[in-house]
Design a protein around this ligand. Sequence first.
Ligand SMILES: Nc1ncnc2c1ncn2[C@@H]1O[C@H](COP(=O)(O)OP(=O)(O)OP(=O)(O)O)[C@@H](O)[C@H]1O
Ligand SMILES: [Mg+2]
Length: 321
Amino acid sequence: MSDTESLKAALAPIAAGRATVRIEDGKASIVLDVTGLDEAARAEIEADVRRVAEGAPGVSEVRILLTSERRTRRLIAVASGKGGVGKSTIAANIAIALARRGRRVGLVDADIYGPSQTRLLAVDGIRPEARGKTLIPVQTGFGVPLLSMGGLVPEGQAIAWRGSMAGGALGQMVDADWGDAEVLILDLPPGTGDLQLTMVQKHKPAGAIIVSTPQDLALIDAARAIDLFNKVSVPIVGVIENMAGYACPHCGEISDPFGSGGAEAAANRMGLPFLGRVPLEMAIREASDAGDPPAAGNGPQAETFAALAARLDEWLVANGG
Ligand SMILES: Nc1ncnc2c1ncn2[C@@H]1O[C@H](COP(=O)(O)OP(=O)(O)OP(=O)(O)O)[C@@H](O)[C@H]1O
Ligand SMILES: [Mg+2]
């Protein structure tokens, strides 16, 4: 048996399938795949491999390189109990802001009733291609690939698509060819009914962001959305208050036609993190309608979304990297 063969055999019981070994001129080079192991387990296996290798015949020096495959992709759902609170706007812009921080992000528009991401990201009318049964996300101009129910559900047939067909289409989008995307932002349809429950149950997001406007009614609906995620043990990343105060397009002064702070107070009451607020601004609606997402620009709105993305990023790091 060569020295390499005997070292391989010696390592088999402690690093079966994880170690690639080569010995040259007494130098053992070992590539150790530590995918799926936490830090303590990595340190332990590395120490064990080093000990065995240093004691192996024909070895005078040991070099170990740790490698790890890409983390599994994580889904972050953006949800609200009530429609029209700005879920899609926030999902799109937080995805873009997160991508600007260097995260590899994809966006899934699961809204069968009113898919809006193709308009927000200016790829209306572009149908996703497929390789066999695998969908290929549409590249947008903002560093975030997109798949939208809009491309899969025949127009005007949302009602007929309720239930299992919509579930199947969502599965196809989540399992699409996302390349090296590590985070998928999932724009859920509004509401807390069976459709949303099934989607969440089946795809088990790593976390959920709840969007609410400051009004009491919206907050009651938000609480319902929170309940839905609690029911299936999906952690809440936090609450975002949208349309909080009106920023005057002329002077920038913020007034509170609908009040503000309600979502933060509600989050505090429920013991949930509050991620931040986005003011009601004409510029946000106009840019969104024009397919020119504010998070991709350099104005104050971009900063607002960058701050929200930073909070999400912190959460991602604290919850697995
Ligand atoms: N902070 C904001 N300032 C101004 N307009 C906003 C703001 N947030 C969202 N909007 C506008 O409000 C409308 C509804 O937003 P959006 O489509 O994101 O809500 P939604 O919760 O996804 O709605 P749906 O429940 O129908 O999916 C859009 O016209 C959007 O441009
Ligand atoms: Mg929407």
